[in-house]
Design a protein around this ligand. Structure first.
Ligand SMILES: Cc1cc2nc3c(=O)[nH]c(=O)nc-3n(C[C@H](O)[C@H](O)[C@H](O)COP(=O)(O)O)c2cc1C
Length: 444
C-alpha cells in the first residue's frame, strides 16, 4: 500500500548523463563542469518541472584510474555549489552531501544553516558516512561501518542541538531600546559525548521557518536504523522491486521502533534513466556510453562482486545457481552482490548475457533503458505497489536523457496525478508537507 497519493522526486546534479562516454559528445558542455552555470541550468529545468529537490552527491577523495577516462569524483564542493544555485532559484529544495566521518559537527551545523538562510528555507542534508578518503584526514584506515554510524548518530545529534541553540525568536533587533537579542533564550548545548565535545551555542540564529530535512544513504542494518531515527528521506540503492519493498518494510519497522510513523520516511531509490524515442535508441545510447568497458573489465566486476571467475568460461555456457560461490558476509557491496546472485538464481543467464547486463556495465541502481512510456509504466507500478515513495533521477548517456526526464517523464507523472503540477510552497519541508496536505484532502 502506498503511503501517499503523490510522489517525491529529486534529481542528481552530478552530471551522470555525461559519465562513461557521454562527456565526449560535441555539445556536452563538459568544459563548464567546474562552473556553477553548469549545475544551475539543470536546477532551473528541475524547478520548471516542480521537482522537490536537486541533490549533489559528494566525496573527498580522487580515484585516478577513473579520471583517466571520465570526470569521476572530481567536483566542486557540494555545499558551496548549492549556495551558488540558491540565489538563482526560488522554490526547489537544495540537498547537499556532507560526511559525518571526516568533518566536525559545529562547522557542518553552521554551513547547513547558512545554506538554509541563503535559500530562504530550502536546504537539505544528505548525511553520509563515506566509503573512502581516510588518507586525506589523517586516519590510518576507513573506520568500520558500525563505528562510522556510531559517530554519525552523535554527529547528527550535535548538529540538531546546535540548530536549536540560537532560536530566531531570540532576535529582538529593537532599534529603540538598543537590544539586539534576548540572550536568555540562547543556550549552550554542553555536549560531552564519546566523539565530540561542543559547548555551543551556534553563532548563527535558526532560520525562522521550516526546519532542514535530512536524507540518509546506506543500506546496512545500522544504516537503516539510523534512517529510522532521523531521516525524512532515504536515498536507496534498490535495483529491483523486491529489494525496494524489503527496504521499505525495514524502514517502516525502524521508524516505528524509534517512535515515528512509516510515512515520516520516504524511500527514494536512485533511478538510472537511459531514455530514447524508441527502445532501440535507448539501448544503443546505453551501449555507446559503456563501450570502453571491455570483456576483461566485466569479468573482473563479476569476480569482485560475487567471487565467480568467468575468465576461462565460453560465452554460451549457462551459469547455474550451483556455480555460485558461498556469499560473502561483508556489508561491502552487499546490494550489488545480492542483485547479481538473484539474476543467476532466477534467469540462469549465459556468460555473454550476464556480461551484457546493465548491472555489470554501469551502476547497481534501479535502471530503465527504454522510452518515456517504459519509465512511466515501471515507476507507477513500483509506486502503486507501495515499494517506493518517489525516486531520485539519475539520467544517463546524454543530455537528451536528462531532457526527456524533466520535459516528458515528470510531466507525464504529473498528468497521471502521481506528482504535483505546481508548487504550493517555497520551502523544502513545505514541499514534503504539501504531499501530506494533498493526502488529507483526498484520503486514500
Ligand atoms: C545510494 C547511496 C548513495 C551514497 N552517496 C554517498 C555520497 O554521495 N558520498 C559518500 O561519501 N558516501 C555515499 N554513500 C555511502 C554511505 O553513506 C555509506 O557510507 C555506505 O553505503 C556504507 O554504509 P552501509 O553499510 O550502511 O551501506 C552512499 C550510499 C548509498 C547506498
Amino acid at each position: 500500500m502506498k503511503l501517499r497519493p503523490k510522489m517525491c522526486i529529486g534529481i542528481s546534479l552530478a552530471p551522470t548523463w555525461l559519465s562513461g562516454e557521454g562527456w565526449r559528445q560535441p555539445d556536452s558542455g563538459i568544459e563548464g563542469l567546474y562552473s556553477s552555470d553548469f549545475a544551475l541550468d539543470t536546477a532551473k529545468q528541475a524547478e520548471a518541472a516542480h521537482l522537490d529537490f536537486v541533490f549533489r552527491p559528494d566525496a573527498n577523495y580522487l580515484p585516478l584510474p577513473v579520471l583517466e577516462q571520465s570526470f569521476g569524483f572530481s567536483s566542486l564542493d557540494a555545499t558551496l555549489l548549492m549556495a551558488s544555485i540558491a540565489r538563482e532559484t526560488a522554490r526547489i529544495g537544495l540537498v547537499t552531501t556532507i560526511s559525518t566521518t571526516f568533518g566536525h559537527p559545529y562547522l557542518v551545523a553552521r554551513q547547513l544553516m547558512s545554506l538554509h538562510w541563503l535559500s530562504h528555507g530550502r536546504a537539505g542534508w544528505n548525511i553520509v558516512t563515506a566509503l573512502q578518503g581516510h588518507e586525506n584526514f589523517g586516519l590510518p584506515a576507513m573506520p568500520p561501518s558500525d563505528a562510522r554510524y556510531t559517530r554519525a548518530i552523535e554527529f547528527a545529534e550535535v548538529v540538531r542541538a546546535l540548530w536549536s541553540s540560537f532560536p530566531s525568536e531570540a532576535l529582538l533587533v529593537d532599534r529603540v531600546s538598543g537590544r539586539y537579542a534576548d540572550t536568555a533564550q540562547i543556550l549552550p548545548i554542553k555536549h560531552h559525548g564519546a566523539e565530540f565535545a561542543v559547548e555551543g551555542p551556534m553563532n548563527l540564529p535558526r532560520f525562522p521557518g521550516p526546519r532542514i530535512p535530512l536524507m540518509q544513504a546506506g543500506g546496512s542494518a545500522k544504516g537503516v536504523d539510523f534512517a529510522g531515527q532521523v531521516a525524512d528521506l532515504v536515498f536507496g540503492m534498490t535495483p529491483d522491486i523486491a529489494s525496494a519493498k524489503a527496504m521499505r518494510d525495514q524502514l517502516s519497522a525502524r521508524a516505528r521502533a524509534h517512535g515515528r510513523a512509516p510515512r515520516d520516511i520516504r524511500l527514494l531509490p536512485g533511478l538510472s534513466l537511459y531514455l530514447g524515442e524508441t527502445r532501440k535508441e535507448a539501448r544503443a545510447l546505453f551501449l555507446e556510453t559503456h563501450r570502453r568497458v571491455d570483456r576483461m573489465q566485466r569479468v573482473e566486476r563479476v569476480l569482485s562482486v560475487i567471487g565467480l571467475d568467468l575468465s576461462e568460461w565460453p560465452d554460451d555456457r549457462r551459469i547455474l545457481p550451483s556455480d555460485l560461490p558461498q556469499p560473502s558476509t561483508s556489508n561491502w557491496g552487499r546490494t550489488h552482490r545480492e542483485r547479481l546472485r538473484r539474476i543467476v538464481e532466477t534467469e540462469q543467464p549465459t556468460v555473454a548475457e550476464l556480461l551484457a547486463r546493465p548491472e555489470i556495465l554501469s551502476s547497481v541502481h534501479w535502471q530503465v533503458i527504454g522510452t518515456v512510456d517504459d519509465a512511466f509504466a515501471e515507476i507507477s507500478n513500483w509506486f502503486e505497489a507501495g515499494a517506493i515513495d518517489g525516486f531520485i533521477a539519475v539520467p544517463g548517456g546524454a543530455r537528451s536523457s536528462l531532457d526527456l526526464t524533466l520535459k516528458a517523464l515528470v510531466p507525464r507523472l504529473a498528468e497521471a496525478g502521481l506528482f504535483r503540477k505546481a508548487y504550493r510552497s517555497a520551502t523544502f519541508l513545505g514541499h514534503l508537507q504539501d504531499e501530506d496536505e494533498t493526502a488529507r484532502t483526498n484520503p486514500g
